[in-house]
Design a protein around this ligand. Sequence first.
Ligand code: BTN
Length: 340
Amino acid sequence: MNPRPVWSDPPVLNIPLLKQLRAASDFVPLATLGAGAAADLDALAAFGFRIDRDPLLGAAYREPSPRLCPDQIEHELGTLRLGRRIAVWSRLGSTNDEAARGAGTLANDGLVVLAEEQTRGRGRRGRTFSAPPRSCVLMSVLLFPPAELAPLGADSIRGTVWLTALGAVAAAELVAAWTGRPARIKWPNDARVDGRKIAGVLVERAIRPGAAGTAVVLGIGLNVNPALDEFPPELRGTVTSLRALAGRTFDRSEVVRDLIRRLDHWYDRGLREGPNSLAPAWRDLSEHLGRRVRLTSPNGPLVGRLVDLDLERGPMLETDDGGRVGVSLGAVVSLEDISS
Ligand code: BTN
């Protein structure tokens, strides 16, 4: 049986009411919540929001729903290009595959696909990407970049590299904003804090018969609420989560809203000003800038200090003889830190 999108269930939730309750630190009298509030509170509670009710005191917001809430994500999202359509699935093989299924029509430009659980989540280079159910953000966005920005080859600068950097910047900025901890980008696609991975990005072309234009899927996995001991033992020493960093759990629907907005901001800016408008943020967030790296390209390995990162010119290394060598982004096979 096919999993069903959870958002197909009525009713539409009263999110302004939810926000009003959240903003109050304690009980709000029912009389001040307006007509129909009792039924709307029932609907919110049925969705999983924990709301205390008292016949005398009224209602008090206590906890977010453990489920991703599409109404909450969409409410006043305010984006220009991403999130016109948002689909939340309880379980999928991979959100990247589901988003790619939408490539047949340009009406799906900006489609956001989320899953509570993935059975075949994947990372770069054939790796798997797993996350405990209902604990993380597993999200893919379908985009139709204009022809001059669309990916030409498997790792062309114009498409996948730019969008991979864009996803990593958005994720790293979000982590810093929500935890107060500096997040950095490990080449090319991981957001990390103190060397521990918190988010990964997988950008793929959506190659489908009948695809309208060049479609790309930008997938992000962000560790939100797992405690460290909920990760597989072999990962515990190398990963982290918003919860592990901040010492509290987070409302994933709010995290998703913020992530969509950040992606939208950088994508829109890239379309208007060119992909290199991302470069200053990408550079600032890089783990490697100023450090000694080994860069591998089809011309062989190159060792030196990484002195610049640019989405037009690619990385620039200062080699041991003091010379500077630039490598085009599309030619970079790997870039690893060898300074420690
Ligand atoms: C990596 O670490 O190499 C990239 C991980 C990307 C994982 C996300 S989760 C949502 C989307 N769907 C997938 O199957 N992969 C990406």
